[in-house]
Every structure is written in structure tokens, then in C-alpha cells.
Design a protein around this ligand. Structure first.
Ligand code: 2NL
Length: 362
């Protein structure tokens, strides 16, 4: 076979046009094999050089080489263009808009009781109270004896208290704590005054009806110093209740009462409005009992290693579940512990919104 310069020009034009028109890498590779492969159109022409006369070879060889180089180059350039386009497409597909808000994973909601505990920790924390914790299974001493409960006090009865089979080192049966007070006992036993603390958590009583669940939540506060008074107690409670219910004014009414662990003791009512079928704290001229309080009984101080001649203190206790019902309008206490995800979805709080100074506790 012999080829002339016109054949070369035609072959070059045809190959370049097809390379330019190639739609993908595979088409390009097929063209490369067709032109430059062992049996390729350009390779076959190369082989004819051997049978040419020196003059023909001198005229034809460089042109053929130039054609081969040009086709090789065109394929390389086109391949690079394909690679670049592929990278562009990939980058576009994988693009992330870092200015978008984060995708919120579905991790459930914060239970209103947990939320109220966060709010109370925030409120009392700002007033200088430390948050202390203790175990739910307690000794008879920490739950009753240290708190000045006489040995035959009705609260110690089987039908009020959940007794464990386990006993302490004195042979007394352990109990599920009936209030959070043992946390304060523990704190007084391990810490010197001044003490300024709250504790919150689960408490247990053998009681179950529309307004009582066998497990419920309490917050208690304790302040011990050389000079504390019912007036201090009242100012702390007024500030805390205002902050918790997010109202500018509250009225508190102290009614004389009896607790074994305080003397004097008072139950505290908060001013409220009951018109319109719901309770509003702050406004109105009605009263709602919300907490118990008093000056710590000297016997309790003594039992906890604190000198009642030098120190005195005040203490208060509230039910957290009821605080949550009042603030967030849940009508039935039993729903709190039913583990119904629809209730939790409705009344629960976003884990992304925490109570704080800037955003308010509500
Ligand atoms: C209530 C009443 C109260 C206390 C709790 C307390 C703790 C110690 C010493 C003295 Cl260690 N007092 N706590 C005092 C008065 C009342 O709670 O109705 N709670 C729901």
C-alpha cells in the first residue's frame, strides 16, 4: 500500500474531527487504538515507510511522524479535558454549604422534669448555691435519725417508706430516700460551714393516686452560717420563684407548720389567680401552697457535727413535678412517668435550647 500527502491530510482531518467529537473517555480510547494501536491507521502507514525509496521516505516520513505526534497530542489534551470536567462535576456534587444550619439529629426531647431541674440549678447557681448529689438508696440514719425523726415517727412506717432487704452497719434496713434531705446531711457531715447548697432528684414514697406517684422529684435548699434568718430565707425564695415563673412580683405567705427537722417551720403559699380555669402564679389574690421551710433544728445540726451555738441555718423543700405542672401546664402527674413518646414530643424540650442568663430560663 502506498499513501500520498493528500491521504495524510484527509486522515489527519478525519481523526482530529472525531477526537474533537468524542463524547467520553471510552470513545477516545477506541479512537486511540484505531489510529495508534498495532493495527491502527497511523501505525499501518508507519510500517509502509520501510518499503519506500529513500526520497519518498525523506518526504513522507516527517509528515507521518508529525501526524502521529499531532494525533497523540490531541488525544492527551482531550483526555485531560475529560478528567478536569469529571473533577468539576464531582466537586459540584460534593459541595457543602458550610453556612447552612446543622442538621438536627432526632435524639428525642428533654423531659419537663429534667428541664425544670436545669432551670432551678441555673437560678440557684446564680444566687451562690452549689448543687450537691447523693444516692437514692440511703441509710436509716441519713434519711430519718439525723433529721430528728423520733424512732416511732409515722413517716418511718412500712406503709410510707420503701424498705430494702439490705441493712447498714448497725443492722438497720436501708431505705429508698423519702426526701432529698439525706444529701444535705451528707454535705453537713463532710463540709464545714458556711454551707449554701441545693440538691434535686428522685425520691420515693409508698403512695399512688391521681396526685401522688411512688417516685417523685424534690428540690431542697440549705444555708448554714453564723447569721442566717427567716428573712434571708424569704428573700431567697421570692427571688427564686420570680425567676422560675418569670414574673415581676410574687407574694409569699408563711403559715406556721411542723417538720421534725426545722424549728420554727412554715409552709409557704404563693399568690395566684385561679380565674379562667387555670392557675397563674404572681397575679390575683388566691393562694397556692408550694413549699415547706424553716430554721434547721439544733438537733439536726448536732447530729451532723455542726455546733448549734455558733451556727444556724434555714432550709426549704419543694416538689419539682408540681413546679413543672404549674409552669408548663401539664394537667396529669401520671403522664410524667408513662414513657409515652407522644407526650414527650408534645411537652418535651429541645436538647439544643438550654436555660441561661441571656436567653431566660423559660
Ligand atoms: C416539703 C418540705 C422541707 C426541709 C425540707 C431540711 C433539710 C435539712 C435540715 C432541715 Cl438537712 N430541713 N429540709 C426543711 C423544711 C421543709 O420540705 O414540703 N417538701 C416538699
Amino acid at each position: 500500500m502506498t499513501a500520498n500527502t493528500n491521504d495524510l491530510i484527509a486522515l489527519e482531518a478525519s481523526l482530529l474531527a472525531r477526537i474533537a467529537a468524542a463524547s467520553d473517555d471510552a470513545a477516545l480510547e477506541a479512537l486511540r487504538v484505531e489510529a495508534l494501536g498495532k493495527q491502527g491507521s497511523v501505525s499501518v502507514l508507519m510500517k509502509t515507510l520501510g518499503s519506500m525509496s529513500p526520497e519518498e521516505r525523506k518526504a513522507f516520513g516527517p509528515k507521518l511522524n508529525a501526524l502521529k505526534d499531532q494525533i497523540t497530542e490531541a488525544i492527551v489534551v482531550k483526555k485531560a479535558a475529560f478528567a478536569e470536567a469529571a473533577l468539576d462535576a464531582q466537586l459540584k456534587a460534593e459541595a457543602v454549604d458550610v453556612t447552612l444550619p446543622p442538621v438536627k439529629p432526632r435524639i428525642g426531647t428533654i423531659h419537663p422534669v429534667s428541664r425544670v431541674m436545669e432551670e432551678l440549678a441555673q437560678i440557684f447557681g446564680e444566687m451562690g448555691f452549689a448543687v450537691e448529689e447523693g444516692p437514692e438508696i440511703e441509710t436509716d440514719f441519713n434519711n430519718f435519725t439525723a433529721l430528728n425523726f423520733p424512732p416511732k415517727h409515722p413517716a418511718r412506717e412500712m406503709h410510707d417508706t420503701f424498705f430494702m432487704n439490705a441493712t447498714d452497719e448497725h443492722g438497720a434496713r436501708k431505705v429508698l430516700r423519702t426526701h432529698t434531705s439525706p444529701v444535705q446531711v451528707r454535705t453537713m457531715l463532710k463540709q464545714k460551714p458556711p454551707i449554701r447548697m441545693i440538691c434535686m432528684g428522685r425520691t420515693y414514697r409508698c403512695d399512688s393516686d391521681a396526685t401522688h406517684t411512688p417516685m417523685f422529684h424534690q428540690i431542697e435548699g440549705l444555708v448554714i452560717d453564723e447569721a442566717t434568718s427567716m428573712a434571708d430565707l424569704k428573700s431567697v425564695l421570692v427571688a427564686a420563684i420570680k425567676a422560675f415563673f418569670e414574673v415581676d412580683e410574687v407574694r409569699l405567705r408563711f403559715r406556721p407548720h411542723h417538720f421534725p427537722f426545722t424549728e420554727p417551720s412554715a409552709e409557704v403559699d404563693v399568690g395566684c389567680d385561679r380565674s379562667g380555669g387555670q392557675i397563674r402564679i404572681g397575679a390575683g389574690d388566691d393562694w397556692l401552697e408550694i413549699l415547706g421551710s424553716g430554721m434547721v433544728h439544733p438537733n439536726v445540726l448536732k447530729n451532723c457535727g455542726i455546733d448549734p451555738e455558733k451556727y444556724q441555718g434555714y432550709a426549704f423543700g419543694m416538689g419539682i413535678d408540681r413546679l413543672a405542672m404549674l409552669k408548663y401546664g401539664m394537667p396529669d402527674l401520671r403522664d410524667f412517668f408513662a414513657a409515652d413518646t407522644r407526650w414527650l414530643k408534645h411537652y418535651g424540650f429541645s436538647p439544643y435550647l438550654l436555660p441561661g442568663l441571656a436567653q431566660g430560663v423559660g
